[in-house]
Design a binder for this molecule. Sequence first.
Ligand code: NAD
Length: 250
Amino acid sequence: MRLAGKVAIISGAASGMGAATARRFGKEGANVVVADMLEHEGKKVANDIVAANGAATFMTLDVTSEADWKRVVDDTVALYGKLDILVNNAGISGSAVSDLLDTEAWDRLLAVNGRGVFLGTKHAILAMKKSGGGSIVNLSSISGNTGQAITHMGYNASKGAVRTLTKSTAVQFGADGIRANSVHPGLMPPMRTSGATADPAVRAKMLQGVPLRRAGEVDEVANAILFLASDEASYITGAELWVDGGYLAT
Ligand code: NAD
């Protein structure tokens, strides 16, 4: 098993790619903390992992709250003894915002997708330093590398921030044995908070820019996260891995 004995927190693990990653980590031998605001869905993911002979527990987390992050990291270390892996996956979409110049949307997007990743990184680093290192995987997006016509710029700005925040983490904490990498999904199943990008007509148009001519699947992103989180990627840090069917190569 590729994560035997590892302890991992995954934010936003009640749904989508976070849930797929939690299930995959469970199969690979990790102790998985399923962290999310969605208690019912999150508990189901954790229960499924346990039912499949894995180890998992659900913890309530609002990634914008520093007190929540401190509690989740402290409780994880109390329960499993250490923290090896953090996947900063929780996020909200910018494609349901009708006014592309809405200021409140900017604040909300940067709070969840930007501040949330910083806070998770901060508290994970404090714990990982004590156990000699760890691996942080941050969910950015193709939107972290490009502008987009129909998505609020706060989404792209937040995902761009995640991209470079990841590199700063790698540079500043490499000497502590902490690796940090970003994963950039492309056209995937819509997020719970998606608006325009969930529209089949919009998705069909977006597909024309994807060399593989299909949307990605959540397990294809989970595979990339698993690799970067594991010791197989022991000399990879500060990297960005595009899981986008070739979108950013065009
Ligand atoms: P999703 O909407 O299915 O899941 C996101 C999860 O984050 C949900 O469980 C939600 O409850 C949780 N979450 C939202 N706000 C939170 C908060 N404040 N605190 C704690 N949890 C919170 O979305 P997904 O498609 O699985 O997306 C996962 C990540 O991948 C996100 O960061 C997203 O921006 C990124 N991404 C998604 C796509 C896509 O097309 N789906 C493409 C590129 C990148």
